[in-house]
Design a protein. Structure first.
Length: 450
């Protein structure tokens, strides 16, 4: 299952990076599932992309690619029969997430456009339907398995059924909690940001290049290096931003307006239907050094109360923290990539090195002194106290210490069985044709047997 999914994902993910300038000319139908056909060029394009990604191409790789595409097509056929839908907004959001991930690998959107030979708008347009089909298949798979449940008894039976040599070795893992206090943003802070942006707007209307102003002054790190340029579709941006964009004619610049991120001005570059390209300058209100000092003094009080055992950790979180991501969860810090509360050392060093440096010598239950802190996702700056909540030693997995991990593995096996049963049933009902050159493939599912 993992392999089938990963092969079909190549189109939607690596396809952005390697592009269509190397499009394979081979064509001809090699398989058909219901109304959907699989072309030889579909298979060869994925093989080419895999080669350029550095993957080893085994003799049966094309068979694996073909089955991945057939698997996705069967899901899509059923999704259409069941009237499942994926909205334009969902497609655009997923498109943007993937572009950002590839942009991070390449270095910038300009480099991505140069490498691909197309603008971001053209890339999005080319891959929109590919992404939609992939998401529709995912939604069908989710529908098939949405009622899956697993009991503690099933988890225990699954673990006891594992051969001794297949029980994984678990690296040392840690769990952390935090109390974060962000300084208050005052009315004067907001006024200062707005005034700065009004001055930038004045310069733009006097003829200064908007892109240059964005590069010099915008607080939006993602777009500032590109002259503030953003390519988007209706529904992707926050409401005040889109209201401004769709009120403009091409070449016009908006008045200063406020969103949850700060103050903006936006210039409409082009618009076609719900798709648009614009440039913007963002000014985020920042706190003063006096407000930061107030936050530091307040957390210093918190630290002294905790060290004197005059307040519990849970009460301190409720009383002092204003971090929305952790203040309702006893301050527990979740890994933003996995969602897990326990951190592997490799993930920790990659995501938040400060945590490792500050807690490496702590014993479980100990806390750090207040330290300056910048949230990696929002880039908000504040003051933070960390607590080492748990640390496990490297060990062979066991059901007492690693129940969530074993539960997830048991759920995965049950999930796979449900998919397998569904596939066997649907293949028997579907029209399936595979050309002779692929009939010797060792498929996972019985596509050729009726």
């Amino acid at each position: 299952m993992k392999l089938l999914v990963s092969i079909s994902f190549i189109i939607a993910s690596l396809g952005f990076s390697f592009g269509q300038q190397n499009r394979v000319a081979l064509n001809g139908v090699v398989a058909q599932i219901g109304d959907n056909v699989v072309l030889q060029s579909d298979i060869e394009a994925q093989v080419l992309q895999a080669q350029q990604a550095g993957l080893t191409i085994s003799p049966d790789f094309r068979c694996t690619v073909l089955e991945g595409i057939m698997y996705q097509n069967l899901l899509i056929n059923q999704a259409k029969l069941d009237s499942l839908e994926v909205t334009d907004q969902q497609v655009d959001a997923e498109m943007e997430n993937r572009i950002r991930a590839i942009e991070a690998q390449i270095g910038s959107r300009e480099k991505m456009e140069q490498f691909y030979g197309k603008t971001i708008s053209q890339i999005k347009e080319e891959f929109r339907e590919v992404i939609r089909q992939r998401m529709l298949a995912d939604e069908m798979e989710r529908t098939i398995t949405e009622n899956i449940t697993i009991t503690p008894r099933e988890v225990k039976e699954f673990f006891e059924s594992l051969p001794a040599d297949s029980i994984p070795f678990i690296n040392s893992q840690t769990m952390f909690q935090q109390i974060v206090l962000y300084p208050d943003i005052t009315k004067s802070d907001k006024l200062r940001a707005r005034t700065e942006l009004e001055d930038i707007l004045k310069q733009a209307r006097e003829g200064k290049n908007f892109g240059t102003l964005a590069r010099l002054y915008s607080d939006d790190r993602g777009s500032a290096s590109k002259g503030g340029e953003i390519s988007a579709r209706r529904g992707m941006m926050v409401a005040p931003f889109e209201a401004a964009v769709f009120s403009l004619k091409e070449g016009e610049i908006s008045e200063v307006f406020e969103s949850e991120y700060g103050y903006h001005i936006v210039k409409l570059i082009s618009r076609k239907g719900d798709n648009y390209v614009c440039a913007h300058v963002l000014k985020i209100p920042t706190y003063t050094s006096e407000e930061l000092e107030k936050a530091a003094l307040r957390l210093d009080t918190c630290y002294r109360l905790l060290k004197a055992n005059e307040i519990t950790w849970e009460d301190a979180v409720k009383r002092f923290s204003n971090d929305e991501a952790t203040m309702q969860n006893k301050g527990i810090i979740s890994n933003p990539y996995t969602g897990e509360q326990k951190w592997d050392a490799a993930d920790l060093s990659e995501i938040d090195q400060q945590i490792y440096l500050l807690t490496d010598r702590l014993s479980v239950g100990q806390i750090t002194e207040p330290n300056l802190y910048e949230d990696m996702m929002t880039r908000k700056e504040g003051v933070r106290i960390l607590r080492l909540a748990q640390r496990t030693e490297p060990h062979k997995a066991n059901i007492k210490e690693d129940y969530p991990l074993i539960q997830k593995a048991a759920e995965s096996v049950k999930h796979q069985k449900m998919i397998d049963d569904w596939m066997k049933s649907k293949i028997q009902q579907a029209y399936v044709r595979v050309n002779d050159e692929y009939k010797d493939c060792q498929f996972k599912y019985d596509w050729l047997i009726k």
